[in-house]
Design a protein around this ligand. Structure first.
Ligand SMILES: Cc1ncc(COP(=O)(O)O)c(C=O)c1O
Length: 372
C-alpha cells in the first residue's frame, strides 16, 4: 500500500490542465477571452473603487449586490442563484453534491456530448462519478437520438450541455436539451451558457417549469475572465444542497467589487465589444475557409474550430501541431487540440481584435507551409 493507492481512482488517469505560454505572443487567441481590456481612462475608476476594499476582512459570503445584478442578467429571482469561483467551481460543486449512486448501482454517472468542455470530465472523475461521453456527429452536431438512448440506458445523475459548445462552437438546439430535461426528470440537466453572448437563446425562461434544469453563466467570456465569477440558477431544492457545499468565502472581495463595478458601469461597453467579436468571427471564418487546407466549423461562440487535416489515425504530432508551433513561433497563440479522436487535426482560434486577426491571417500561409 502506498500513497498512490489512496488517490481517487478517477484522478489517476487524468493529466493536469496545461496552458502553454510561449514567449513573444503578439496575438493571444487561445483562451476564448474578450480581446479588449478596459481603456486606461476607464480603468482608473475601478482602481479607486478597489482601493476602498478592506483587505483585512473576509469577503461577503453572500454577494448581495452581485446577486441582484446577475439575477437581472438571467431574468431569474436572486435567491435562485449560486455563485462559484468561475463556473469551473460550480461544475465541481454539482458533481460533488449529486454523486450518490442510484439504488442497485455502485457508482453514479455524468453524461455529456464529446467533444466538449474538459472540466465536465475532470469534475466527474474527481468526484468518483463515471463519465458517459456521447459522440457528436461529423459536423460536431448533437446526435439527439444517441443522447436520448444514453440517458435512458445510463440514467446519469447529471448531464452537461454547453450551449453554444466549446471547443466546437456549435450551437446544439436548446429546445432539444429542454426536451431531455422533460423526459428525464430525475437527471439534473445543466445548460452551460458560458458563450450565450455570442449566439443562442437562453433556457432560463424554462427554469420555472423544469425543477431539474440548471442554467449556468460566467463573466469570463464577456470581458472579465480575470475575476473568476460564475453563477447558476436552479430550483430551490438544488440551490439548498449546493449551498451546503459551497465554501463560505469562495468569491474574493476584490473580485466581487470589480464585478459589480463592471456590470453597473461597463455592461453596455462589454456588450458592444462582444458584438464586435461576432463581426470579426464572420470575417475571420470566411478568410480561414479560403485556405484549401482548412475545414472551418460553423460557430456561435467566440471561438472558431478548424481542422488542418483529418489525421488518418495519426493525431498528435501531425500537421496541425506543426502549424500550431509555427504560428506560436510567429507570435500568434491559438489552442492546439490535435490529439487522436474527434479533434484530430484541430486548432481552436479565438477571434481577437481586427489587428490580431489580421496578424493571424498574415502569418497563416507560412505556418501552413511548415505543416506540409
Ligand atoms: C463551456 C464552458 N463552460 C464553462 C467554462 C469555464 O468558465 P469559468 O471561467 O467561469 O470557470 C468554460 C471556459 O472555457 C467553458 O468553455
Amino acid at each position: 500500500m502506498s500513497l498512490a493507492d489512496l488517490v481517487t481512482r478517477g484522478i489517476r488517469e487524468l493529466r493536469a490542465y496545461h496552458v502553454p505560454r510561449p514567449e513573444g505572443v503578439r496575438a493571444k487567441l487561445d483562451a476564448n477571452e474578450l480581446p479588449d481590456a478596459l481603456p486606461p481612462a476607464a480603468a482608473a475608476a475601478p482602481g479607486r473603487e478597489l482601493a476602498e476594499v478592506a483587505l483585512n476582512r473576509y469577503p461577503e459570503s453572500d454577494p448581495l449586490e452581485l446577486r441582484a445584478l446577475a439575477a437581472a442578467e438571467l431574468g431569474v429571482p436572486p435567491a435562485s442563484l449560486v455563485f462559484g469561483n468561475g463556473s469551473d467551481e460550480l461544475i465541481s460543486l454539482l458533481c460533488a453534491a449529486f454523486a450518490e449512486p442510484r439504488p442497485g448501482r455502485t457508482r453514479a454517472s455524468v453524461l455529456y456530448p464529446d467533444p466538449t468542455f474538459v472540466v465536465y470530465r475532470i469534475a466527474a472523475l474527481g468526484h468518483g462519478l463515471d463519465p458517459v461521453e456521447v459522440p457528436v456527429d461529423d459536423r460536431m452536431e448533437l446526435d439527439v437520438a444517441r443522447v436520448d438512448a444514453a440517458m435512458a440506458r445510463e440514467a446519469p445523475n447529471l448531464a452537461f450541455f454547453a450551449l453554444p459548445n466549446n471547443p466546437t462552437g456549435t450551437l446544439w438546439p436548446p429546445d432539444e436539451v429542454a426536451g431531455l430535461a422533460v423526459r428525464y426528470p430525475d437527471t439534473l440537466v445543466v445548460a452551460d451558457e458560458a458563450y450565450i453572448e455570442y449566439g443562442g437563446r437562453s433556457l432560463a425562461p424554462r427554469l420555472a417549469e423544469l425543477p431539474n434544469l440548471v442554467v449556468m453563466r460566467t463573466l469570463s467570456k464577456i470581458g472579465m475572465a480575470g475575476l473568476r465569477v460564475g453563477f447558476l440558477s436552479a430550483a430551490p431544492a438544488v440551490v439548498h444542497e449546493l449551498e451546503k457545499l459551497r465554501m463560505p468565502y469562495n468569491l474574493g472581495s476584490l473580485n466581487q467589487r470589480a464585478a459589480v463595478w463592471m456590470l453597473r458601469h461597463q455592461r453596455a461597453w462589454l456588450a458592444e465589444r462582444s458584438r464586435a467579436v461576432v463581426a470579426e468571427r464572420a470575417r475571420l471564418a470566411a478568410a480561414l475557409a479560403a485556405f484549401p487546407e482548412l475545414t472551418v466549423f460553423p460557430s456561435e461562440a467566440n471561438l472558431i474550430l478548424v481542422r488542418v487535416e483529418r489525421a488518418g489515425g495519426g493525431g498528435g504530432g501531425g500537421p496541425a501541431t506543426a502549424v500550431w508551433q509555427a504560428l506560436a513561433s510567429r507570435g500568434v497563440l491559438v489552442r492546439n487540440l490535435d490529439r487522436p479522436g474527434p479533434l484530430a487535426g484541430c486548432l481552436r482560434i479565438t477571434p481577437g481584435t481586427s489587428a490580431e486577426n489580421d496578424l493571424l491571417l498574415a502569418e497563416l500561409p507560412a505556418a501552413l507551409a511548415a505543416g506540409r
